[in-house]
Ligand binder design. Structure first.
Ligand SMILES: [Zn+2]
Length: 414
């Protein structure tokens, strides 16, 4: 009897690992890895202006067509502004060659010509890759992601989708090493004068099963790390992970169409105050570009030493920005207070009617760095003053100005 139990136990111990192995062999294995991160870093280490690392920046949407719109602000124009600023930062690095896919009015001529001459071959390529993906899905090599696992995206018209696949195919064939897609986010159906219920940034990376996923994810993580210094992460479920895997975005190589690393950045929702106020918009887009640049340099393991995560600093502080006004001054003030640890600060409701005082923490989602002067900034100035042992006036008197300027009026922006 005892002996039987022992045999049973031994058998069980043998069978458990066998069972695990069997279960494992049924797991989807995905596409094989292509263009490894380690290889890219090796190429970067020996890159020269004659043999550079080639980065393709794709401003989201098309010349004069598509993308989010809100109160006269167009995503497709903002993304070109960010792309040009990002290209200028990256071009300071002689190891990099930067190609921008379009302007506000036209495609990059190489890419435009490619659409004209290779339209048929783009169609054929997409059909072949889609068939291949369907086959791998049927075999169980690839697992299809459900709508609980990833964010729903608006479907592009067929010709727009094919041009986007075409950009990927062009990149595959033209020695591009890294692709970066730039977008401004939106929520469907929020009405022409109602802000989106969501805010914040997200960086999309290819689903882990794609061959370019392993090299893309560290790029997404590096960019998200720098963007989070100044921006709240998206409030939308799944997007709130900050770095978000996706199987269906063409920009990232849906259906196994991209053989190189790619990320897609949603910098902000288009209805956020940092974009709806024209006084600060170019400061904001410049910071988006700057933080993306810092992220790319960090990904290439050649980080740029930045004094501040924002181009709004150094800054000489003078007058208190007027309440409800929007200005680069207020933006720099919020950025400085944020770096100093006083923006945002928690709100406190004093004790009353037998109830104890309550403190509610606030995040960058509640108090964005937006250049819009309001209670968040005044509370931040007060907290800064209290920390220095001064009377909390909430405005920039001589002492407060001097303290801010001692910390933030110097330092070199990159
Ligand atoms: Zn977009």
């Amino acid at each position: 009897m005892r002996r039987n139990i022992l045999v049973f136990l031994v058998l069980l111990l043998i069978l458990i690992p066998v069972g695990i192995t069997l279960a494992k062999s049924n797991q989807p294995t995905g596409f094989t890895e292509i263009h490894s991160y380690a290889q890219l870093l090796q190429d970067y280490a020996v890159a020269t202006p004659q043999q550079p690392i080639r980065i393709l920046i794709v401003p989201g949407h098309e010349p004069g067509y598509g993308g989010a719109e809100y109160q006269g602000v167009y995503e497709r124009e903002l993304t070109v502004e960010i792309a040009d600023q990002l290209a200028a930062y990256l071009r300071q690095n002689p190891k990099l060659q930067v190609i921008v896919a379009r302007s506000t009015t036209a495609w990059n001529p190489d890419i435009g010509d490619y659409f004209d001459s290779q339209w048929r071959s783009i169609q054929k390529f997409v059909t072949t890759q889609k068939k291949g993906m369907a086959k791998l899905t049927k075999k169980g090599t690839i697992e299809t992601r459900s709508s609980d696992e990833q964010v729903d995206h608006a479907k592009a018209p067929d010709d727009v989708a094919l041009r986007l696949y075409g950009i990927g195919k062009w990149a595959n064939e033209n020695d591009i090493d890294v692709v970066v897609h730039l977008h401004i986010n939106d929520t469907p159906d929020h009405g022409p004068n109602d802000p989106s219920p969501n805010s914040g940034f997200a960086v999309y990376v290819p689903d882990a099963q794609y061959g370019n996923a392993a090299a893309s994810r560290p790029l997404g993580e590096a960019i998200a790390r720098y963007l989070s210094a100044m921006n709240a992460t998206s409030s939308l479920p799944i997007e709130n992970q900050g770095v978000v895997e996706d199987q269906d975005l063409i920009a990232l190589g849906a259906n196994g169409t991209l053989f190189i690393p790619s990320v897609l950045i949603e910098y902000s929702y288009i209805t956020e105050s940092k974009l709806t106020h024209p006084e600060v918009r170019s400061v904001v887009t410049n910071d988006f570009a700057y933080d993306t640049y810092l992220g790319i340099q960090s990904y290439l393991q050649n980080p740029v030493v930045a004094h501040y995560p924002t181009t709004s600093l150094p800054h000489v502080f003078m007058d208190t920005p007027e309440a409800k006004s929007s200005s680069p001054d207020a933006y720099a003030l919020q950025a400085a207070l944020h770096i100093a640890g006083f923006y945002p600060v928690a709100t406190t409701t004093p004790a009353h009617a037998g109830q104890p005082a309550t403190t509610t923490p606030r995040t960058l989602a509640d108090c964005p760095i937006s250049g819009l002067m309001g209670p968040c900034t005044i509370d931040g100035i007060r907290a800064f003053q209290v920390a220095h042992g001064w009377k909390p006036t909430g405005s920039l008197g001589p002492l407060t100005r001097a303290a801010l300027n001692a910390q933030f009026a110097t330092g070199v922006a990159q």
